[in-house]
Design a binder for this molecule. Structure first.
Ligand code: GSH
Length: 311
C-alpha cells in the first residue's frame, strides 16, 4: 500500500508535472482532491497556511512546491532519474524557467476569453467570479500579462523548445528529465483544457510529437483517499527526523526559533512553526494542529523567504 498522498485537483498544471513523474517512476500513490480556490481548510490544517497546488504528504511529513516534491520522489525512486548527471544543473535551470516565465506566458495566453469560456463551460457565473477574485488576490491585485504580449512570448518560447527537440526525443536526450516535466505542464493546459486555443502548437510539430510522448507516460494508477483519511494518517504518524547536515545558517536564525515561511511571489500565505532544519536546499518547520497532529512542513529554499517571528 502506498504512503504517498498527493493533494491536488485535475486541472492543475503543476499537479500534472508531479502526476507524470509519479507515473514515470512507477510509484504507487493516493489522490486527494482539494478545492481550486480558498478556503482549503483540510489542506491548510496540514500545511499551516501554504495553499498552492499540489502538496505531497508522506505520513506526518508535508512537502510544499513541486521543485521540492521532485527531489523527494527522486530520493524515493532514483531510477529512472529525472536529474541525469550530465545535465543536472542545466535541467534544473530550464525547469525553473519553465515553472516561471513559460508558465506565466502560457497561462496568460490560455486565460484569454476563448480559453476562459472552455475552462468554465457550464460553471455558474458566481464560480467564475470567485476564481478570478481568488487568483487576482494571489497576484497581489496585479493584472495578468496582456494577451497580445502573452501570445508573442508563448510563440517565441515554443520555437525555442522545438529547437531543443531537434534530433532527439526529449529536451536533453533520449529520456525525459525534470526539464521535460516542467516544460510540459503549461503546454498540457493549452492542449487539454483550452483546445480552442491549441492551434498555437501547430507551428511547432516537434513540440506536438514530444507532447504525445510525455502524455503517454501516464500517471500510474492512483488510489483514492479522502481528506479526512489523509488527516488521520498525519495524526497517527510521527514526522521523520531530518537526515544529514541540518543547519546552513544564512539568516542568523537558530534552530528551535519560531519562524514564518512564505513564497517570495504569487500566493504569499505564510506558514508558522519551529525551525527544525535549514539544509543546503530546504527548510523544515514543526507545527501542531488540532486536526493534523504534529507535522513537519518542508519548503525549498529557492522561491521562499524565512523570517523570525518576533515575540
Ligand atoms: N512554485 C509552485 C507553484 C504552484 C502553483 O502555482 N500552482 C497553482 C496551480 S497549478 C496554484 O497553486 N494555484 C492556486 C491554487 O491552486 O490554489 C510549485 O512549483 O508547486
Amino acid at each position: 500500500m502506498s504512503n504517498l498522498i498527493l493533494h491536488h485537483y485535475p486541472t492543475s498544471p503543476f499537479a500534472e508535472k508531479v502526476r507524470l513523474i509519479l507515473g514515470y517512476k512507477q510509484l504507487a500513490w493516493k489522490s486527494v482532491f482539494i478545492p481550486m480556490i480558498m478556503p482549503k481548510p483540510d489542506l491548510t490544517a496540514l500545511t499551516g497556511g501554504y495553499r498552492k497546488t499540489p502538496v505531497l504528504q508522506i505520513g506526518a511529513d508535508i512537502y510544499c512546491d513541486t521543485a521540492l516534491i521532485c527531489d523527494v520522489l527522486e530520493h524515493l525512486a532514483p531510477t529512472p532519474t529525472v536529474y541525469p548527471d550530465a545535465v543536472k544543473g542545466v535541467a534544473r535551470i530550464v525547469a525553473q524557467w519553465a515553472d516561471s516565465a513559460l508558465f506565466t506566458a502560457s497561462m496568460a495566453y490560455n486565460f484569454q476569453p476563448a480559453g476562459v469560456a472552455q475552462v468554465f463551460a457550464g460553471a455558474p457565473a458566481e464560480g467564475v467570479q470567485a476564481f478570478v477574485a481568488d487568483r487576482t488576490a494571489m497576484r497581489g491585485g496585479a493584472a495578468r500579462m496582456a494577451s497580445g504580449d502573452a501570445t508573442g512570448t508563448y510563440k517565441s518560447y515554443l520555437r525555442r523548445i522545438a529547437s531543443m527537440l531537434h534530433g532527439q526525443d526529449f529536451l536533453f536526450g533520449a529520456q525525459p528529465c525534470v526539464a521535460d516535466f516542467a516544460t510540459y505542464h503549461p503546454l498540457w493546459f493549452t492542449q487539454d483544457r483550452t483546445p480552442a486555443l491549441a492551434g498555437i502548437l501547430d507551428a511547432t510539430p516537434e513540440v506536438k510529437s514530444w507532447m504525445a510522448r510525455m502524455k503517454a507516460i501516464g500517471h500510474g494508477t492512483p488510489g483514492k483517499c479522502s481528506a479526512e483519511e489523509a488527516l488521520q494518517t498525519a495524526r497517527s504518524a510521527t514526522p521523520e527526523t531530518v537526515q544529514g547536515e541540518v543547519f546552513q545558517d544564512e539568516h542568523a536564525i537558530a534552530l528551535g526559533s519560531p519562524v514564518v515561511i512564505a513564497a517570495d511571489n504569487f500566493g504569499l500565505e505564510p506558514t508558522e512553526g519551529e525551525l527544525v532544519a535549514a539544509t543546503r536546499t530546504r527548510f523544515t518547520l514543526r507545527r501542531s494542529d488540532e486536526r493534523a497532529g504534529t507535522v513537519h512542513v518542508h519548503f525549498p529554499r529557492l522561491g521562499f523567504t524565512l523570517k523570525k517571528v518576533s515575540q
